[in-house]
Design a protein around this ligand. Structure first.
Ligand code: ADP
Ligand code: MG
Length: 727
């Protein structure tokens, strides 16, 4: 066994779980390091507190004088918690989070010093951010961008730093981050959904989108991961033969959590508690070494921040436990990949979940309104939703081998399908008294309050109704939820806006009663969005054929999927809903294409390195042993040697063959890369996708064959069975 592999294994096998004390209840720890309402009430003047509340609830501006007051209270609170620094915490278009720390410390006259923090520093900062992706929005001579405080997501202390969630925008006003468009989309959905709610309840003045993500991830021992250049550089294994045992026995799912992992989880959960991330569920996932963590859902902007924060905290905590955490959507071939289901709903300031059926027919009509409008929105913009989850790494989980097709469809379960089928027959225009009664009592009235049992059965649907929320399952484990959440909330906002126009027209022009009008519009939506509904097996080949017949998109790769983002339809949508300008949309598209090409380029280089520097030399070494053996046999047996050396000779030939193939494929791949680099943007990404990437599997095929042929003692790369079953 190679020294690196041997040492890594030894290190991994000798580890013991860290001891994690839990002396306080989770509820006592919760949000201790968050500048939430409770902390604000304690530290702020009434005036300042009200001003922050109004900013959160109604988006009102905070004036400079008040901002100074807020800053002082925030600083006092932070110092009381032992913080020394502050940072504007933001989410640039790299998909990760960014921070630049400044100390509160300042010198004053007379050689003395003090801690200081004012409104200006709280509200706006100008990080030297010229190295963040901007898609050509900022020229280098005007490389300025600024971060601005987002009061809707509370400040928190991580380590000894006060982190202030902010948006990141160019001086010219364009968004350079993931948060800004999300906030705009959430505002759009608030406005349009609130207007619809008024049909049913005049007391509703605000609607929040809610998000409950479920984060899947792998844990690999740190030393074992470090022995694999591919894992370290790309987050996934580029080669490696499947181990004889994978997930086929299904013995990992919901199984007992290994001690080392449990101690990691408890440590992580305590950190999350302090940060106010309401994590609740933990369990083993399907694949070996795969786990999941889910919080209680929250307002979408906060939930997105919390997911980004969580991923960051997970990296840090995993290091303490000698793990490497993998968020890549497909780190290992042959076993499940990782997603991040986004559970989404809408909730009113009166405490009603708009996707939860109620007790009365009127409540259920409201439910149906939002339910059907969601289906219609997904129907109209399915391709854009697909695009919102596209990335180089998620491509291995969507549309690839071993992966479900990249088709979007909506699953609603048999009960609700039956309700929609009945609603299709609502009379056009005015309803007869009998029909009204029938609709109220027998159709809408009969929607049961609890649908959960009936709706949560189809795990193959990318967009499933699960009783009181929709679950978008196509999101990748590595992505920032802001992308898909921006798209989803924007299309819902647009759809609800249209709905209101249509209903109002029927009420005013056709003199229909409000619920008659609602029924009439819903009926048309149910009919026109039918093709997006699918209750069958979303993973089967049959569905791919059927979806094609229905005219649904099936964009298998990121370069193909991303095109939708700059279509006229998408740009019109974003501009109409004030979520993004054309410049912003185009810039993002450019950044995403570039990120795609770069990822594939890195994978291609790493694969070539590992194959050339690790695999081939080992193969030659083993082949030399065989050659020596054959020569020896010849010495002993002379003419008859062949009958004793048949296997060896066969192996020698085979090894030569694989080596030759690997060499020539690497050469060809490198040429294709050079060719691709002559182009930019779409063409560059397409060439990486269609011309470079296909070599990955070919090279891997031969390398993995060699892994099976070559003496285990010589093989330099930690094997799947070692990576996956040693924690
Ligand atoms: P699954 O069966 O999909 O694994 P879980 O119970 O693990 O389901 O996860 C359900 C997720 O849905 C949780 O993260 C939860 O917070 C979230 N959720 C529940 N209700 C809502 C809602 N109204 N809006 C958004 N998310 C919700
Ligand atoms: Mg789920």
């Amino acid at each position: 066994m190679s020294v690196i592999r041997f040492n890594a294994l030894k290190e991994a096998l000798n580890r013991t779980p860290l001891h994690i004390e839990e002396t306080k209840r989770r509820s006592e720890l919760f949000a201790n390091n968050v500048f939430n309402e409770e902390a604000m009430l304690l530290y702020m003047t009434k005036e300042a507190y009200q001003s922050v509340k109004d900013a959160i609830d109604f988006g009102t501006k905070i004036n400079r004088k008040i901002a100074d007051q807020i800053a002082v209270s925030m600083k006092d609170w932070a110092l009381s918690k032992g913080a020394t620094h502050y940072t504007h915490w933001f989410q640039p278009l790299t998909g990760a989070t960014a921070e630049k720390h400044d100390a509160f410390f300042e010198t004053i006259d007379g050689g003395r010093a003090m801690e200081r923090f004012d409104g200006g520093q709280l509200v706006q900062q100008e990080p030297d951010a010229s190295s963040f992706p901007n898609g050509g929005i900022r020229n280098t001579f005007e490389a300025r961008g600024y971060t601005a405080w987002d009061p809707t997501s509370p400040a928190f202390i991580y380590g000894t730093t006060l982190c202030i969630p902010t948006v990141f925008v160019a001086y010219t006003g364009e968004a350079l981050d993931n948060k800004t468009p999300l906030l705009r989309a959430l505002q759009a959905v608030d406005e349009t959904a609130t207007a619809i709610c008024k049909y049913f309840d005049k007391n509703v003045t605000k609607v929040n989108a809610t998000l409950g993500w479920e984060q899947e991830y792998f844990l690999i021992d740190k030393a074992l991961a470090a022995s694999r250049p591919d894992l370290m550089m790309t987050g996934r294994t580029l080669l490696g033969h499947s181990s004889a045992k994978g997930q086929q026995l299904e013995d990992h799912y919901f199984g007992s959590i290994p001690d080392r992992v449990m101690s990691f989880m408890r440590d992580l959960e305590q950190e999350c508690m302090l940060l106010g991330v309401p994590v609740k569920t933990r369990h083993n996932e399907v694949a070996p070494n795969q786990f999941e963590l889910a919080p209680i859902f929250e307002e979408a902007n906060l939930a997105v921040d919390h997911n980004s924060l969580l991923m960051d905290v997970m990296e840090k905590v995993s290091k303490r436990h000698h793990f490497k955490v993998l968020f890549h959507e497909k780190p290992f071939e042959g076993i499940n990949g990782s997603g991040k289901h986004n559970n989404w709903s809408l909730s009113t300031n009166t405490g009603v979940n708009l996707l939860s059926p109620g007790k009365t027919p009127m409540k259920n009509l409201q439910f149906l309104t939002f339910f059907v409008n969601t289906i219609k929105a997904v129907h109209d913009y399915e391709e854009l939703i697909r695009a919102s989850v596209a990335s180089a790494s998620n491509d291995y989980r969507l549309g690839a081998n071993e992966a479900p097709p990249a088709i979007l469809s909506v699953f609603i379960g048999t009960q609700l399908s039956a309700v929609l089928d009945e609603l299709e027959n609502v009379t056009k225009g005015k309803l007869s008294p009998e029909e009204k009664t029938d609709l109220k009592l027998n159709i809408v009235g009969k929607i049961p309050e609890i649908l959960l049992d009936n709706t949560d059965r189809n795990r193959t649907s990318p967009f499933a109704f699960t009783g009181n929320k929709f679950e978008l399952r196509a999101v990748g484990a590595w992505s920032n939820c802001a992308g898909p959440m921006t798209v989803l909330n924007t299309i819902i906002a647009k759809q609800l806006k249209e709905f209101k126009v249509e209903v109002d027209a029927l009420i005013e022009d056709k003199k229909l009663k409000k619920d008659e009008a609602v029924f009439n519009v819903l009926r048309e939506y149910i009919k026109s969005s039918k093709k997006i509904r699918f209750e069958g097996d979303g993973y089967g080949d049959e569905w791919e054929k059927e979806a094609k017949k229905r005219g649904l998109s099936n964009n298998k790769t990121t370069p193909a999927a991303l095109k939708t983002k700059i279509s006229k339809k998408a740009i019109d949508l974003f501009e109409e809903m004030n979520v993004m300008s054309k410049i912003e949309v185009v810039a993002r598209h450019e950044i995403e294409l570039e990120a795609y090409s770069k990822r594939i380029q890195i994978e291609s280089r790493v694969l070539a390195d590992v194959a050339r520097n690790h695999v081939i030399p080992t193969a030659i070494q083993y082949q030399n042993t065989l050659i020596k053996n054959v020569k020896g046999l010849k010495e002993i047996f002379d003419q008859d040697f062949e009958q004793f050396a048949k296997e060896q000779i066969h192996l020698i030939k085979k090894i030569s063959n694989h080596i030759a193939e690997i060499y020539s494929k690497i050469e060809e791949m490198t040429l294709q890369r050079k060719e691709a680099n002559k182009f930019k943007g779409q063409q560059n990404a397409e060439m990486y996708c269609d011309k470079v990437k296909p070599y990955f599997e070919e090279i891997r095929y031969h390398a993995d064959k060699l892994e099976l042929l070559i003496d285990d003692n010589l093989w330099p790369l930690t094997k799947y069975r070692e990576l996956l079953f040693n924690i």
